[in-house]
Design a protein around this ligand. Structure first.
Ligand SMILES: Nc1nc2c(ncn2[C@@H]2O[C@H](COP(=O)(O)OP(=O)(O)OP(=O)(O)O)[C@@H](O)[C@H]2O)c(=O)[nH]1
Ligand SMILES: [Mg+2]
Length: 335
């Protein structure tokens, strides 16, 4: 499943500071020589790949990045300070193009990779540099150079972090629709979802993750019943799975076991992924419903997408698992 996230932002590196026109003033020295300092360099703009970032969602909220200009030069040969550089974090896998020309500028692959994307302008020279034997009092200095300025287009092929697994009608599409901007079809009949949907879930500031909603699976799916389970390959590389059973199911434990069995038949490795058991539709749970223990060492979270119950707890737990998995993959890579 290819799902592409994209964003367009404008970037401006700082302009260089102006060189200073100044002459030395000292007691008993009537005509001091030129001592105008140089302007500082404008701030550069860098991109840095960060594996903690999963999506380009933050760029929907902030679209303009401007680095400070360099300070102007001063008298007494004092140079202006350089403008502060800025570093923009992007997810690993982001391809960056110049929005106007379409030219590819960089491919941010590895965690920590840093690219100088827009150069700050060089500071102008102060008049101290322009004195010659015949021109001892230059009354001019260089202006600073302009910083680079352009629009960037970023593109990221998304990989789902979380896969939703459940019988048809379990409320998978409804969940993704309340947690993200995805608007899949939702209906009170089985097999409403025929193709996978991805949604970007925002979690606190500057954090987000990707959720995949796939068609429901039923007992015997591995043998081709229902829509079959070829869709499970879309969640083979997710970091975690949500195994979802509605609170009004006739036998929650049996339904949960069936789901695990179908997952296992498709690929036993799916069972060694971290997972969460999620009881959905708590707003229509039978009276005196008690959330069951389903699976040793697997948390059970009770939610209602309709009533908004348990969603915060669910996101917290998902984020915890996703960050733990990011950490492990970093350790595996020897970082
Ligand atoms: N009362 C209640 N109904 C819900 C809740 N979540 C989903 N539903 C209803 O359950 C039905 C099925 O929801 P979907 O989100 O389409 O279920 P699904 O798991 O995506 O189903 P498939 O795509 O067929 O696999 C719809 O009528 C939803 O309105 C909930 O939290 N409470
Ligand atoms: Mg659905």
């Amino acid at each position: 499943m290819k799902f592409v996230d994209s964003a367009k932002i404008s970037i401006k590196a700082g302009d260089g500071g102006r060189g200073s026109v100044s002459f030395r003033r000292e007691k008993y020295v009537p005509k001091g020589g030129p001592d105008g300092g140089d302007g500082g360099r404008g701030g550069h703009v860098y991109l840095r790949a960060n594996r903690q970032l999963a999506t380009l969602l933050d760029f929907k909220y902030r679209k303009s990045y401007i680095a400070d200009r360099g300070e102007h030069g001063m008298g007494a040969r004092k140079s202006g300070k350089d403008g502060k550089d800025i570093v923009i974090g992007v997810p690993c896998g982001t391809v960056v193009r110049n929005a106007e020309t379409g030219e590819m500028m960089c491919d941010m692959v590895e965690d920590g990779q840093e690219v100088l994307i827009a150069k700050g302008g060089r500071g102008g020279w102060g008049n101290q540099h322009f004195a010659t034997a015949t021109r001892q009092a230059p009354r001019f200095a260089q202006p600073g150079e302009k910083g680079d300025e352009f629009e960037l287009e970023m593109e990221l092929k998304l990989m789902a972090d979380v896969g939703l697994v459940g019988f048809p009608n379990a409320g998978k599409s409804t969940l993704i629709s309340v947690l993200s901007a995805a608007r899949p079809k939702i209906a009170d009949y089985p097999f409403t979802t025929l193709v996978p949907n991805l949604g970007i879930v925002r979690y606190e500031d500057y954090k987000s993750f990707v959720m995949a909603d796939i068609p429901g699976i039923i007992e015997g799916a591995a043998e081709g019943r229902g829509l079959g389970i070829q869709f499970l390959r879309h969640i083979e590389r997710t970091k975690t799975l949500l195994v979802m059973v509605p609170a009004n199911s006739e036998d929650i434990a049996a339904e949960y076991e069936t789901l695990l069995k179908e997952l296992e038949k498709f690929d036993p490795a799916l069972l060694s992924k971290p997972r969460l058991a999620v009881i959905t539709k708590m707003d229509i749970a039978p009276e005196e419903f008690a959330v069951p223990e389903l699976d040793p060492d697997v948390k059970v979270i009770a939610i209602s997408s309709v009533a908004g119950q348990g969603l915060k707890a669910l996101k917290d737990e998902l984020w915890r698992q996703i960050s733990a998995s990011n950490q492990t993959s970093a350790d595996d890579a020897g970082n």
